[in-house]
Design a protein around this ligand. Structure first.
Ligand code: PRP
Ligand code: URA
Length: 209
């Protein structure tokens, strides 16, 4: 079974409070999501392997470390996942970015795939699937499935807020995928919204309704 990490760093939790607040407007919401994504990226990459190199400082030779192992790839689920990509890229600027387009049918709550464009070497990359919301889990399950179908082997899932139902569903279908969250909320409501949640992440990020 995969691991679930909930980041309780005070900066992440402080910013998440204002992200949740219904009075936070689009500009501030977008900025806060970007900042939390960057802070989460710092935590998510904590276990990346490093190797030793020698570097000439202006004073002497120093044994130092550089990232080793697989290259990274970021895969936001359109559209709300886009709101977190730049924050992650601030820390991992060389990561390639693929896109999976899914929307959740409001009647069935089932995800509908409309776009997939990925780096051609995803098999060799450590991929981070990015979406602010993990509700029923259907979108994340299908997005991860779309990556695996194309050969991806090393996948992590990064979300701001999750419902326990979504976490369980992802773990059942993709037990190899670790899940990284800023918050694990109480439940889903009858419309598949996360409670207490933050509302519709895509609409709040892009100012649509
Ligand atoms: C939201 C959210 C997730 C999905 C989560 O996207 O960004 O992708 O719902 O719900 P689930 O876990 O029940 O699948 P939405 O379908 O609203 O599309 P959008 O990103 O284009 O707004
Ligand atoms: N998608 C959202 O944007 N918010 C939710 O609470 C659930 C799904």
């Amino acid at each position: 079974m995969s691991n679930v990490f909930v980041f309780d760093h005070p900066l992440i939790q402080h910013k998440l409070t204002y992200i949740r607040d219904k009075n936070t407007g689009t500009k501030e919401f977008r900025e806060l999501v970007d900042e939390v994504a960057m802070l989460m990226a710092f935590e998510i990459t904590r276990d990346l392997p490093t190797s030793d190199v020698e570097v000439e400082t202006p004073v002497t030779t120093s044994k130092s470390k550089v990232l080793a192992g697989k290259k990274l790839g970021l895969v936001p689920i359109l559209r709300a996942g886009l709101g977190m990509v730049d924050g992650v890229r601030k820390l991992i600027p060389a990561a390639k970015v693929g896109h999976v387009g899914l929307y959740r049918d409001p009647e069935t709550l089932k995800p509908v795939e409309y776009y997939v464009k990925l780096p051609n070497d995803i098999k060799e990359r450590e991929l981070i699937v990015i979406d602010p919301m993990l509700a029923t889990g259907g979108s994340a399950i299908d997005a991860i499935g779309a990556l695996k179908k194309r050969g991806a082997k090393n996948i992590r899932l990064m979300c701001l807020v999750a419902a326990p139902e979504g976490v369980k569903a992802v773990q059942e279908v993709h037990p190899d995928v670790d899940i990284y969250l800023a918050a694990l909320d109480e439940r889903l409501d009858d419309h598949g919204y996360i409670v207490p949640g933050l509302g519709d992440a895509g609409d709040r990020l892009f100012g649509t309704k």
